[in-house]
Design a protein around this ligand. Structure first.
Ligand code: WTA
Length: 645
């Protein structure tokens, strides 16, 4: 079924793509002359100190020789686009609308105030020794200072790496070591509903294993007691509040790295995905304004966490570059109850709301009353991101949350794409529930068979992209060959997303999920390899294999097969403790199955396909298992299947 949702048209600046005809025009323009298209976009939105004259340098076919460049001869500091350029016209407009843990606990930070706060923080960070090109880790909850810290690093030309507060000390230490950070910015505790998360204590632990860290800057959020190292630790309110509110931004080249964000892949440790300045800010600003049909008086609310790419691109960088009012939400969707989002929509008059399918499914399960008792007439556009949205959840979002009158934008993208790449554009694109619809202008998706054949017209395939775009990741920190091997070796000349996709007879794209060993749990991307390495670190575990299985609320759950060391028994109850300490509270195995051995080929390769099928409850559809070294192990595993309820 195709919805032709008219949307609630309001006065305001015209959206760049207001109809399907305009979309086709823009798409054709970007296809015919991508360089000119993106140069026009960046000049109209981004404040350059030296305007670029060049679009793309490099290509997917030459990527092994070094990272791509966009706007290579341009110079800027992206915080001038996010802050300084708005001072005259929007100085008193709210930039960050913060809703704290308790309903109604708000801070409204104007563009002028935010500019002053970022300058102060930049001055303080410089005092602490942070210089252009150096790395700082940000390990915080959703407090305004987290966004200020990101922008302050960018103001200095330093490179931030935000680590989600749900990662453990081990995971944090890994990331600090990988990027060689000397500074960590954190807070005493983070509120999370009824809980308080001891972030500073975790940093203290991590730093033991990451001796590069010289300073820890700490925001006082709860006032709870923390250990203090007088030589290393500095309070934010002491260092930052005393600093000058003026700071001349460090002007950098367009390709200067802006941030590193660690993300999970099929193999090995998380990769430090690197995004650079000019292209990233151009792409996030453009897609944010376009997809959401941004108007000057919008109150834009994305309820992601800044620890993930969505928080970077669509809470901080895109919205601020566009001069929008952007929500930062500290609590949980279910605190104090399942009506929290809609209570917030009513009180703060949110007009664009952006969340994940997992939250929609969880809230829908609580019943409509939590939604309908609040006034949601301010809403105009409803977005989702992070995982495929099932049509039932889509319908509920549209019918109940949006009262049938809002545009739904199911936005497909990834940490590596920097911004939205396939999505409806509100209010232009007629939508189909569950489909991310069409590519953004400048994005050229191609479906490939496993053999590398291009699928034309309707069909299923591996989702690849044919031509570079400004917002895409440039490399993996310190390991360009790994970047090339992960994304470009599989389909030479193309970027490979790791996702499967179906294109229907109307040309709509339906993302079918990861085709690699990444599992998407509640919209969080987890690597099976990370789980496995955590599990085998337990003394009693000899081998482990982890796969995903369909989960009603989380999208996917985590299913672990574990093999005991000879002579030992496994108490699965304790294994999640090991996972938690190695990866963090964000990671949890839903089902364990102790097995006598893993199904392996004669050459010793674990047949994950079989394990996946069994975990999905499709153990009777295994097909040919005769190539296994010991086919009987499959029967034992199938008999011990833990169910997926
Ligand atoms: C999945 C999040 C279907 C996909 C921005 C992708 C989606 C991974 C969608 C990236 C969507 C994200 N429909 N699947 N609208 N959005 N995904 O890097 O599998 O945390 O590869 O970036 O999430 O997750 P990441």
């Amino acid at each position: 079924m195709v919805y032709e949702v008219p949307g609630r048209v309001r006065e305001g600046a015209a959206t760049p793509v207001s109809s399907m005809d305009r979309y086709r025009e823009h798409y054709a323009k970007a296809a015919n002359d991508p360089n000119q298209f993106w140069l026009d976009v960046t000049k109209s939105r981004i404040h350059w100190r030296k305007e670029p004259t060049e679009g793309l340098r490099g290509s997917f076919s030459t990527i092994q020789d070094g990272p791509l460049c966009w706007f290579a001869d341009g110079e800027l500091n992206i915080t001038e686009s996010c802050l300084d350029q708005h001072l005259e016209s929007r100085g008193d407009k709210v930039a960050i609308l913060w809703e704290g843990n308790e309903p109604g606990e708000n801070r409204r930070i104007t563009y002028r105030e935010l500019h002053g706060m970022v300058c102060q923080a930049a001055n303080a960070l410089r005092e602490l020794g942070l210089k252009k090109g150096e790395r700082a880790i940000i390990y915080m909850g959703m407090v305004p200072e987290a966004a200020v810290a990101m922008l302050a690093c960018a103001r200095l030309g330093a490179i931030h790496s935000v680590v989600f507060g749900g990662f453990s000390a081990d995971a944090l230490a890994d990331r600090i070591r990988d990027c060689g950070a000397e500074l960590v910015i954190t807070q005493d505790f983070a509120y999370r509903g009824k809980k308080q998360i001891p972030l500073k204590a975790t940093v203290d632990d991590a730093v033991q294993a990451a001796p590069s860290v010289k300073k820890v800057l700490c925001v006082k959020r709860t006032g709870g007691e923390v250990a203090w190292d007088g030589n290393r630790d500095v309070w934010w309110h002491e260092a930052v509040d005393a600093a000058s509110t003026e700071h001349a931004a460090e002007i950098v080249d367009a390709e200067h790295p802006l941030f590193i964000l660690y993300t999970s892949g099929s193999t090995g440790r998380p990769k430090g995905v690197v995004h650079t300045s000019g292209g990233y800010i151009t792409y996030t600003a453009y897609t944010h304004a376009t997809v959401f049909d941004l108007r000057e008086d919008d109150v834009y609310g994305c309820v992601a966490d800044i620890g993930w790419i969505t928080g970077h691109s669509y809470i901080v960088y895109g919205p601020l570059a566009n001069g929008a009012t952007s929500l930062m939400f500290e609590a949980l969707p279910t605190y104090p109850d399942a009506g929290r989002y809609w209570d917030m929509v009513e009180r703060l008059k949110i007009s664009i709301f952006y969340t994940a399918p997992t939250a929609i499914r969880a809230l829908a399960a609580q019943g409509d009353e939590f939604v309908t008792k609040y006034d949601r007439s301010s809403l105009r556009v409803l977005g989702t991101v992070g995982e495929p949205i099932n049509p039932e959840a889509w319908e509920w979002y549209h019918r109940v949350v949006g009262d049938g009158g809002c545009n739904i934008v199911d936005t497909f993208w990834q940490t590596e794409t920097g911004g939205i790449v396939i999505s409806p554009i509100a209010p232009a694109t007629p939508t189909k529930p569950g489909s991310a619809t069409f590519p953004m202008p400048g994005i050229f998706p191609v479906l490939k068979t496993a053999e590398g054949q291009t699928v034309r017209g309707p069909g299923d395939g591996l989702l690849c992209m044919e031509h570079p775009w400004p917002g895409q990741a440039r490399t993996v920190w310190g390991d360009h060959p790994r970047f090339v091997a992960t994304y470009f070796d599989m389909m030479p000349g193309h970027y490979f997303t790791g996702d499967g996709c179906r294109r229907d007879e109307d040309g709509y794209h339906w993302i079918t999920g990861r085709v690699d060993d990444v599992i998407n749990v509640s919209g969080h991307r987890m690597g099976t390899a990370e789980f496995e390495s955590a599990l085998v670190s337990a003394e009693e575990v000899a081998e482990a294999a982890v796969v995903g299985f369909p989960h009603e609320i989380k999208g996917q759950g985590v299913y672990a097969y574990v093999v005991a060391q000879p002579g030992q028994t496994i108490d699965v109850g304790s294994l999640n403790g090991t996972v938690r300490s190695q990866i963090g509270a964000v990671a949890k195995v839903d089902k364990f199955q102790v097995v006598p051995g893993l199904p392996k080929t004669r050459s010793g390769k674990v047949m994950r396909r079989i394990l996946r099928k069994i975990a999905e409850g499709r153990g009777n559809e295994l097909g040919d298992v005769s190539t296994l070294a010991d086919p009987t192990v499959v029967d034992t595993i199938r008999d011990g299947f833990q169910g997926t309820a």
